[in-house]
Design a protein around this ligand. Structure first.
Ligand SMILES: [Mn+2]
Length: 349
C-alpha cells in the first residue's frame, strides 16, 4: 500500500502534512532538501521547488502522490488553509517553533511521528536490498583500504580515502562522518579523526558506512597494525567478538531492545568488562543512521522481522585502547541475519 495512505489511515486526522526530509523521502521514495507532502482522503500532493520538479515527477509517476511547485512554505500553508479540514497530522518534533505556532492557529494538530516511527522501522524487501547493497559496498571499500594503511598515514587521510573508496564502489554518499581512530584514540567511542599518524603496534578502529538510494549502512572494524598484537588487546578483542556473535545468535524477534542489549552486556559482565561497555548494543538503521528501535538498556521497543539494526558491542579503556565490532543486520524468520560477509576475527596488518 502507498505509504501516505498507510500513515493517514492510522491517524485520527482529516489530513497530514509532512515536511521533514527523512519522512518525506520515505513517503515518496524521492530524496530532496525542500518539500512538503500533503495528504487527505481525496489526494496526496508533493510540493517542492523548481529544482526538484523534474526528478520528483519522474520518481512519482506511478504514485498516488502528485507533484506541485511551491516557492516556499506560505504557498503550501495557503493551499492547506483552502481545504476544509480540522484535524491536521504533523510530525510535531520535526517542526520548527514558528511552523508549529503558525499551524496551531489554524488547525487541531495531531502528532504523526509515532505512526512514522513504527511504520519506518519495519523495512520492505526493497528497502532491505538497498541497505544490503550499502553494506556490501562498505565491506568492499574496507577490503580495498587495508593496503593503504601504512606507517605515517593520518586518521584524516584514511577517513577521506575510505569515503572515496565507498563512492568509487557505488555509494552515493557516506552515511555519517567516518571515524578513524589510531592507538589510544580508539578508546573514545566517537573520536573525531585528526592528524594522528599510524605507527607500528597500534590498534585501528574504523566506524563508517555509506548510502544507497538514501539507505544507510553502518559497520565498525577494529584491527591491529604492526607486529604481534598486545596480549591484553587480543584477549579483550576475543571477548567483544564473542559477545557480538552471542547477540547475533540469541537475539530473536519478539524480544525487547533491552533484552537484546542484555545478551551482550551480561556476557561482557561475566568477563568483567561490562563497566567498559559504555553505550547501547545497537540502533535501528534506515534512511537515518540512527532510527527506532534502540537496542539499549532502556529499549522498550519490540524487535520484529524486517527491522534493520546494528549490533555493536564495544569496550573502551580510557587512554589505552578501545574495541568495537559492528555489523548491520536484519531479522528474518525470527532470527538475526547479518548483511556483512567479512570475517570478524582479528585482522593483523
Ligand atoms: Mn552504529
Amino acid at each position: 500500500m502507498d505509504n501516505t495512505k498507510k500513515i493517514l489511515r492510522e491517524l485520527k486526522a482529516d489530513a497530514m502534512l509532512t515536511g521533514a526530509a527523512d519522512l518525506r523521502a520515505w513517503l515518496t521514495g524521492f530524496h530532496s532538501t525542500f518539500g512538503f507532502v500533503y495528504t487527505d482522503a481525496q489526494e496526496s500532493v508533493f510540493f517542492t521547488d523548481p529544482r526538484y520538479a523534474e526528478g520528483a515527477k519522474e520518481a512519482l509517476r506511478n504514485s498516488y502522490t502528485g507533484v506541485a511547485i511551491a516557492k516556499n512554505e506560505t504557498t503550501v500553508f495557503d493551499y492547506i488553509k483552502s481545504k476544509k479540514i480540522k484535524r491536521l497530522a504533523v510530525p510535531v518534533e520535526r517542526l520548527t517553533q514558528p511552523e508549529y505556532e503558525r499551524l496551531r492557529r489554524k488547525f487541531k494538530l495531531v502528532d504523526s511521528m509515532p505512526a512514522f516511527v513504527s511504520a519506518m522501522s519495519v523495512k520492505t524487501e526493497e528497502e532491505l536490498s538497498c541497505i544490503s547493497r550499502a553494506c556490501e559496498i562498505a565491506e568492499e571499500a574496507f577490503s580495498q583500504l587495508l593496503g593503504f594503511l601504512k606507517e605515517g598515514v593520518t586518521e584524516n587521510e584514511t577517513a577521506g580515502y575510505l569515503e572515496y573508496l565507498m563512492r568509487k564502489c557505488g555509494a552515493q554518499d557516506r552515511s555519517f562522518e567516518t571515524i578513524v581512530a589510531f592507538g589510544k584514540n580508539s578508546s573514545v567511542p566517537h573520536h573525531a579523526s585528526d592528524d594522528t599518524k599510524l605507527k607500528s603496534g597500534m590498534p585501528v578502529l574504523l566506524d563508517f558506512g555509506c548510502k544507497v538510494n538514501g539507505y544507510c549502512s553502518d559497520i565498525t572494524r577494529t584491527l591491529w597494525f604492526g607486529g604481534k598484537p598486545d596480549e591484553e588487546f587480543l584477549a579483550v578483542y576475543n571477548d567483544v567478538l564473542a559477545s557480538h556473535l552471542l547477540a547475533r545468535d540469541q537475539i530473536r524477534a519478539g524480544m525487547k531492545g533491552k533484552e537484546a542489549d542484555a545478551v551482550a552486556r551480561s556476557y561482557l559482565a561475566g568477563r568483567g568488562l561490562d563497566k567498559f561497555f559504555t553505550h547501547s548494543l545497537g540502533h535501528g538503521i534506515g534512511i537515518n543512521i540512527h532510527e527506532y528501535p534502540s537496542l539499549g538498556p532502556n529499549g522498550e521497543g519490540v524487535l520484529q522481522d524486517g527491522m534493520a539494526f546494528s549490533i555493536e558491542p564495544g569496550v573502551y579503556f580510557e587512554g589505552k585502547f578501545g574495541i568495537r565490532i559492528e555489523d548491520s543486520v536484519t531479522l528474518k524468520d525470527g532470527r538475526v541475519v547479518s548483511f556483512m560477509k567479512s570475517d570478524k576475527n582479528l585482522t593483523v596488518l
